[in-house]
Design a protein around this ligand. Structure first.
Ligand code: SF4
Length: 347
């Protein structure tokens, strides 16, 4: 298996078990190796070899295979390759941009929105996204797993207003099937939880994770299931991703996608249109298009609100409404994700 040791995805290979765990253990973790695989010169990607401190590189080889050889501007590469801009200190970009720690309801449990609670199930991820808003999250201190889920389950039990549990992280599917089963078995004692929502990049970045064991766990759950995959570009969505999404739908999961609007990666109407079209062809509905959370080290990914509104308006003219994701941002302390509209944006 793979164990998380500290911050997002500080993964320590232990004993290999399932195939997906072996694929994960074999992920690329060296910027130099990634650059070499893609036939790039280090001079084409300034900072790639230096900017990893505190947040290492990690990318599964199957995801690397979807990148264009020899292209330092590849939209998948730009999501994972450290860049020199990460080292800059930029006003307004902070370590906890969405107010996670102010929302904690117990170790690893966040309660921001009515009726829903979010469990930071693990700090481990299959991929390290350089724009991640939890790249500085103190996973060591905020682990619900450390108490065998007992603290989080007890907090949930005492609040009958919560009907939906959101599994987040890190990436909750980094947990073994045994750990996931332990959690959902404990949830059977909390009858007011009706829905389980799983936020995960695994179906996209490491579709091997969607194996028979995981599907059995999902299909046995006496809960409604929502799986929110996090794809940012149509090039991420190949045949293996399609197959993973199809089998997830086959065990009763509703599939939605969340995208972060990212400079130089998907900030064009062509890229966003292709993403929505491809998602739908794979049985996934585009759900949210997020403005970047202003986390320290990620300022170079930001797209302005005015540009986001312009892109969103163009999407509305190109796509049927059900393929246009809602443009939102997260404001600490707000009662929900905040829609970004012309009125709200003041443009
Ligand atoms: S965006 Fe998601 S998958 Fe990527 S590093 Fe952050 S928590 Fe992990």
């Amino acid at each position: 298996m793979i164990a998380a040791s500290s911050t997002t995805g500080q993964l320590t290979p232990m004993i290999s078990g399932s195939r997906w765990q072996r694929v994960l253990a074999d992920a690329v973790s060296s910027p130099a190796e990634l650059i070499e695989i893609l036939g790039l010169d280090p001079a084409q990607v300034p900072g790639a070899l230096q900017a990893t401190s505190g947040f290492s590189l990690r990318v599964p080889r199957g995801f690397v295979a979807r990148m264009r050889h020899g292209d330092p501007r590849d939209p998948l590469l730009l999501q994972v390759l450290p860049r020199e801009q990460e080292l800059l200190s930029v006003d307004g970009f902070i370590t906890d941009p969405v107010g996670d720690l102010a929302s904690r309801a117990g170790a690893g449990l966040l309660h921001k929105y009515e009726g829903r609670a979010l469990l930071v199930a693990t700090g481990a991820c299959a991929i390290h996204c350089r724009y991640c808003f939890r790249r500085h999250f103190p996973y060591d201190e905020e682990s619900a797993l450390a108490s065998g889920w007992r603290g989080a389950i007890e907090t949930l039990r005492q609040d009958p207003s919560i009907h939906e549990l959101i599994l987040s992280g890190g990436d909750p599917l980094s947990l073994s099937d045994r750990r996931l089963t332990q959690l959902t078995d404990a949830l059977r004692d909390v009858p007011h939880i009706r829905r389980l929502r799983i936020h995960t990049r695994y179906p996209v970045v490491l579709p091997e994770r969607i194996d028979d064991g995981l599907l059995k766990w999902l299909s046995d759950l006496p809960l409604q299931k929502v799986v929110v995959i996090h794809a940012n570009h149509a090039n991420e969505l190949n045949g293996e991703v399609n197959a993973a999404c199809r089998v997830l739908a086959g065990v009763g999961a509703t599939l939605l996608n969340q995208t972060v609007l990212l400079a130089d990666i998907n900030d064009s109407v062509e890229a966003l249109t292709a993403l929505s079209e491809t998602l739908f062809s794979q049985g996934v509905l585009p759900y949210y298009l997020h403005l970047l959370d202003r986390v320290r080290g990620a300022a170079h990914f930001e797209v302005s609100e005015a540009e986001a509104l312009r892109l969103h308006a163009q999407l509305l003219t190109r796509l049927p409404g059900y393929l246009v994701p809602r443009l939102v941002r997260e404001i600490p302390g707000a009662a929900s994700k905040t829609p970004v509209t012309l009125a709200a944006g003041g443009c």
